[in-house]
Design a protein around this ligand. Structure first.
Ligand code: NDP
Length: 247
C-alpha cells in the first residue's frame, strides 16, 4: 500500500457516493475520486458546502459531481430508499460508497453525557450507515468488485475516557464492517473495508483537541491515498480489512 500509485483513469465511469463530502476528509476524498475520473455523489447536510465542492471539482476540469443534501440524523428508511432510487435512475451503476460523515458529540464521561447528544451521535455515526448501506446494497452488488469503505478511529478499538458515544459508535462501525464483509463474501464480489484516518487537520479534530497546534497534523489531502487504494478494482481480494491511513 505504501508504494501504491493510482492509475490516471482509475475511477473512470465509476459512480461513488461519499458521505460528509462538504468538509474535512470527505471533501478531500471526493475531490481525489473526481480527479481519477469518478462521477462523485456528494452527500451532506449543508447545501452551500456541497455546492462549493462541486464548483471546485468543475473548475479543476474533473467529471461533474452531484450534491445530495441529506441529514443523516433521519432514521426514516424511506428517505434512504429515495436516495437509492435517485442514484439508480440517474447514474452509472453505483460502484463505491464511503461512509465518512460523523459527529464528535460531547467529550464527557458516561455519567455526565447528554442522552440527546448520545442518540444523535449513534444515529449519524452508526444507524445511518446501516440504513444507507441497506438501501444501496442491491445497487452496489450489481458491479464486479464494488467497494464500501467505513471510517473508524483509534477509539474504535480501545475505549478511552470521555469519548462517549463517539467511541461506542466507532466500535459499532468496526462491527458493522466486519459483519458485512463476512456476509458479502458469500453473496457478492463487494469489498468491505475500514479506514482509520489517524490525526487529521479538520474541524472535528479541532473540536476534540482545541489546544492542539493544527499545523502539527497532516492535511486531509495527505490521507486520500488509502481511500483510492481501497476503491481500486484491481485490489479485488482485499475485504474485511482495517487499514491505518497514516502507517
Ligand atoms: P469534519 O467535522 O470536518 O467533517 C464531518 C462531515 O460529516 C462534515 O461534512 C459534516 O457536514 C458531515 N456530517 C455531520 N453530521 C451530519 C449529518 N447529520 N448529516 C450529513 N452529514 C453530516 O470531520 P472529519 O473530516 O475530521 O471526519 C471525517 C470522518 O473521519 C469522521 O467519521 C471522523 O469520525 C473520522 N475521523 C477523523 C479523524 C481526524 O483526526 N480528523 C480521526 C479519526 C477518525 P457539515 O460540515 O455540513 O456539518
Amino acid at each position: 500500500m505504501k508504494n501504491y500509485i493510482p492509475k490516471n483513469d482509475l475511477l473512470k465511469n465509476r459512480t461513488i457516493l461519499v458521505t460528509g463530502a462538504g468538509a474535512g476528509i470527505g471533501k478531500a476524498v471526493a475531490i481525489a475520486y473526481a480527479k481519477y475520473g469518478a462521477q462523485v455523489i456528494l452527500l451532506g447536510r449543508t447545501a452551500d458546502k456541497l455546492q462549493a465542492v462541486c464548483h471546485q471539482i468543475q473548475a479543476a476540469g474533473y467529471p461533474a459531481a452531484t450534491p445530495v443534501v441529506f441529514d443523516l440524523n433521519s432514521n426514516c428508511y424511506a428517505d434512504y430508499v429515495a436516495v437509492a432510487t435517485q442514484i439508480e435512475n440517474n447514474f452509472y451503476p453505483l460502484y463505491g460508497l464511503v461512509h465518512n460523515a460523523g459527529l464528535l458529540g460531547e467529550r464527557k464521561s458516561v455519567g455526565e453525557y447528554s442522552p440527546e447528544v448520545w442518540a444523535e451521535v449513534m444515529q449519524v455515526n452508526v444507524n445511518a450507515q446501516f440504513l444507507l448501506t441497506r438501501a444501496l446494497l442491491p445497487l452496489l452488488r450489481k458491479n464486479e468488485n464494488g467497494s464500501v469503505i467505513f471510517t473508524s478511529s483509534n477509539v474504535g478499538i480501545q475505549g478511552r475516557a470521555n469519548w462517549g458515544a463517539y467511541c461506542v459508535s466507532k466500535f459499532a462501525t468496526e462491527g458493522l464492517a466486519q459483519l458485512l464483509a463476512d456476509e458479502e463474501k458469500q453473496l457478492s464480489s463487494l469489498r468491505i473495508n475500514t479506514i482509520n484516518p489517524g490525526r487529521v487537520r479538520t474541524a472535528m479534530r479541532a473540536q476534540a483537541y482545541p489546544d492542539e497546534d493544527p499545523m502539527s497534523l497532516v492535511s486531509p489531502q495527505e490521507v486520500v491515498l488509502t481511500y483510492l487504494y481501497l476503491m481500486d478494482g484491481d485490489n479485488s481480494g482485499i475485504t474485511g480489512q482495517r487499514i491505518n491511513a497514516q502507517n
